[in-house]
Design a protein around this ligand. Structure first.
Ligand SMILES: [Zn+2]
Length: 436
């Protein structure tokens, strides 16, 4: 509570610098609507345990949501009223871009909240309708033939008995991080991601995170943002963790991924501007595409090739007790397999549209996505839980990559790319705002 008063005081001080009179009134009315939005997200969280991914606003608001337990119909009616009020408060085109983005953000996040309510009330959407309504984007479709061509290349690269998936799994298993070395390997990976991020992007001195190893989850890693620049990062050890996952997870969950995105939103929007809506993060909302997309693109930002190969050879493989001589071969195969990532979206699309059942989805993932049988089952569990959220990872990455590369002039200047990337992570920009 004390922390919140500090935020508000800070905001009150900062507004007179930016405007007076009409602009200050505009801010006040938007702040009132933002508060109602936060309370709506917390209210919906009472009906869906996954919905509120992070919240560090006033604790009393969460308690209020718990005791009021508003019905879905009440939540929808209030969300419609807030949406109308936000629409009526549209800023004119002369105001600062961040203020215009804030307005669009609230409109779209409220729209997604209402779509989620309607789904929970029984409304059926196709996969593409759902991803558009919740995540402000639609993933492209791909025919089996496109994946077959990539699989043929992999088949030639991985000779031997069994299907391509089995051969890929056998190949990848040679690069498993032994459980006893997992923590030490993650620690050097995080340090590598953190130092490369800090070289380009300043973070508050007090930022930190805790890492935990967990089991029985549908995901491989998770960042739980706690507020006050702190995160809890969990790594799932149900299945063997392969060497490439150390850098991938450390960048994606930590630096410059989810942890950094949340820290920058807290610093620039919640603390500096007093925009309380950014103290809550509803999982099924357009913000997730930017979160997942930037976390995945952030891996390439921190470790562009061939620097990544060098770091794997010098640091990650030795920490994991693996022979660094295998690095080039391993990453050549992985970069081919990565081109199959959209096969996962196809499996989810067909499964959620009712064209195939859970077994069919698992078989599709094994055949076209190169998932081993247990990983395919884990992925179907993920699709059951998070549904069209799957597009946020690969489509999100591609959208963020296109945006950052276009905005930074498409050259090789890393400083310009980091600058655009940092501004994206510090802003309310949503997926449709990446397509300009
Ligand atoms: Zn993520």
């Amino acid at each position: 509570m004390r922390m919140l008063l500090a935020f508000v005081a800070c905001a009150a001080v900062s507004f007179p610098h930016t405007a007076c009179g009409a602009r200050a009134v505009e801010n006040d009315s938007m702040n009132g609507l933002a508060e109602r939005y936060v309370k709506l997200v917390l209210a919906l969280g009472q009906h869906d345990a996954d919905y509120v991914d992070a919240y560090y606003g006033p604790p009393a608001w969460r308690k209020e949501a718990e005791s009021a337990r508003r019905t879905l119909a009440e939540i929808d009616a209030d969300a419609a009223a807030v949406q109308n009020a936000v629409a009526a408060a549209r800023p004119d085109s002369s105001v600062e871009e961040t203020v215009r983005l804030r307005h669009e953000y609230l409109m779209k996040q409220l729209g997604a909240l209402r779509a989620r309510v309607s789904m929970m009330q029984g409304k059926k959407l196709t996969f593409d309708e759902e991803s558009k309504a919740l995540y402000d984007a639609v993933a492209p479709t791909h025919a089996e033939g496109e994946f077959d061509a990539i699989l043929a290349e992999l088949e030639a690269r991985l000779p031997g008995p069994g299907t391509v998936s089995e051969r890929f799994d056998a190949f990848r298993s040679r690069f498993t991080i032994p459980k006893a070395r997992l923590d030490a390997t993650f620690k050097v990976a995080i340090e590598g991601c953190r130092s490369r991020t800090l070289a380009h992007l300043p973070l508050p001195a007090e930022e930190s995170f805790t890492i935990e190893y967990v089991t029985n989850k549908s995901w491989s890693g998770y960042n739980w943002y706690q507020g006050n620049y702190r995160s809890l990062i969990q790594v799932n050890t149900d299945l063997p963790v392969f060497a490439d996952r150390a850098i991938d997870l450390a960048c994606h969950e930590g630096y410059p991924g989810h942890h950094v995105y949340n820290v920058l939103l807290e610093k620039t929007l919640v603390r500096n501007r007093g925009w309380i809506e950014f103290s809550v993060y509803p999982l099924h909302s357009p913000q997730s595409l930017v979160a997942e997309g930037s976390a995945n693109y952030g891996i390439d930002m921190a470790f562009p090739m061939p620097e990544r190969l060098e770091f794997e050879r010098s640091t990650i493989f030795p920490a994991a007790g693996l022979d660094p001589a295998g690095v080039d071969d391993y990453y050549a195969v992985l970069s081919l397999a990565d081109r199959l990532s959209y096969a996962g979206n196809e499996a989810a699309r067909r499964y959620l549209n009712g064209e195939i059942d859970a077994d069919g989805a698992a078989r599709w993932l094994e055949r076209y996505g190169l998932y081993s049988a247990p990983r395919a089952r884990q992925r179907v569990r993920f699709i059951d839980q998070y549904r069209s959220y799957v597009i946020n990872y690969n489509l999100g990455k591609d959208m963020v990559a296109r945006y950052v590369e276009a905005e930074s002039g498409g050259g090789t200047d890393a400083a310009r790319r980091w600058d655009v990337f940092t501004r994206l992570l510090s802003s309310p920009r949503l997926p449709s705002g990446l397509n300009q």
